[in-house]
Write a new protein. Structure first.
Length: 158
């Protein structure tokens, strides 16, 4: 299964940049995951053209916070996936989110606007960075996960 992962879009609505990202990178995936701070429900509805897992972030509107959970746990191809936006300082965020998903083999989070794709203590930690929000290092990115007999992730600078 091929999954597009996006986070921290910080958009007031669907714009030409999001449409371009979708057409270029997400139109051929089986599922989309949004790790919070979409800001606009219109963005969630747009991405919902595909099967979608999404969580609320700290900057999301009340409409999104009333609609989306703080965290989600679901299974893909036998792997348990934990999804949350994250909170607090970007430093130490993985230590804060990990206890929320004790049995997960993959933990996806956002919030820091920094892309991450690594394994720690047998768990894949994956953060797609920011797709269209403020970039701390001048880089905008999304992620692609390929899940079959194993989990393979890649970060794509856009």
């Amino acid at each position: 299964m091929k999954i597009g992962v996006i986070s921290d879009t910080h958009l007031k609505g669907v714009n030409s940049r999001l449409i371009e990202i979708y057409n270029t990178y997400l139109s051929n995936v089986d599922m989309i995951i949004h790790a919070g701070d979409a800001v606009s429900a219109e963005v969630i509805e747009f991405l919902g053209k595909k099967p979608l897992h999404a969580v609320q972030g700290n900057m999301d509107s009340e409409e999104i916070k009333n609609r989306l959970p703080v965290k989600d746990i679901f299974e893909v191809e036998g792997f348990l996936i934990g999804l949350t936006h994250g909170w607090g300082s970007p430093f130490g965020i993985e230590k804060r989110v990990r206890p929320e998903f004790k049995d997960a083999q993959l933990v996806i989070y956002g919030h820091s606007h920094r892309a991450v794709n690594h394994i720690r203590d047998g768990v894949v930690f994956f953060n797609p960075g920011t797709a269209t929000g403020f970039s701390v290092n001048g880089v905008h990115s999304i992620g692609i996960l390929e899940i079959g007999s194993k989990i393979e992730g890649s970060i794509i600078e856009i």
